[in-house]
Design a protein around this ligand. Structure first.
Ligand code: HEC
Length: 134
């Protein structure tokens, strides 16, 4: 009996794991297809404007709520208008998958370790950063 419940637990966990991986894959595709990358950077790490948010590594539940609020108009900051027209054409289910994809990306602060302050990539910058924090 114990073996059977262990087996069921393992099967359930791997099914959930696979479903999660599928969502992240779909999210990656949607993030590109829906043009999110044009404003937020390829992996949500490098927005085109300094005042646009970095998204990589953000908690998926939080990101999803923000996107839904921007879509509905509940969140309406000075900058939200730029994004509202885009999310209008994305379903909540698609937003949830994109949010999972974004959560799985490297946060911008870590990605920035490999770039200089002005955003240009520089050899050795990552090593310098690592030395500075020791
Ligand atoms: C035209 C530029 C633009 C495009 C395209 C765009 N966004 Fe945004 N996005 C913004 C701006 C600007 C904000 C900040 C809004 C504010 O100040 O309230 C934002 C906010 C967000 C936030 C909230 C971040 C936070 O920390 O609260 C998420 C999540 C997000 N965008 C995801 C997406 C996704 C997913 C897509 C594609 C479906 C997308 N964005 C397309 C400009 C854009």
């Amino acid at each position: 009996m114990r073996k059977i419940s262990t087996l069921i637990a393992i099967l359930t966990l791997s099914w959930v794991g696979l479903a999660q991986a599928d969502d992240i894959e779909d999210g990656a595709r949607l993030y590109t297809e829906k043009l999110c990358l044009t404003c937020h950077g390829e992996q949500g790490e490098k927005p085109i404007m300094p005042v646009y948010p970095k998204l990589g590594g953000q908690n998926a539940d939080y990101a999803l709520e923000q996107m839904k609020d921007i879509k509905s108009g509940a969140r309406s900051n000075g900058q939200s208008a730029a994004m509202k027209a885009i999310v209008a054409a994305v379903t909540d289910d698609e937003l949830a998958k994109i949010a999972k994809y974004l959560e799985a990306q490297t946060p911008a602060a870590v990605a920035a370790d490999t770039a200089t302050a002005d955003g240009a990539a520089a050899d050795g910058a990552a090593t310098d950063g690592a030395t500075a924090t020791q």
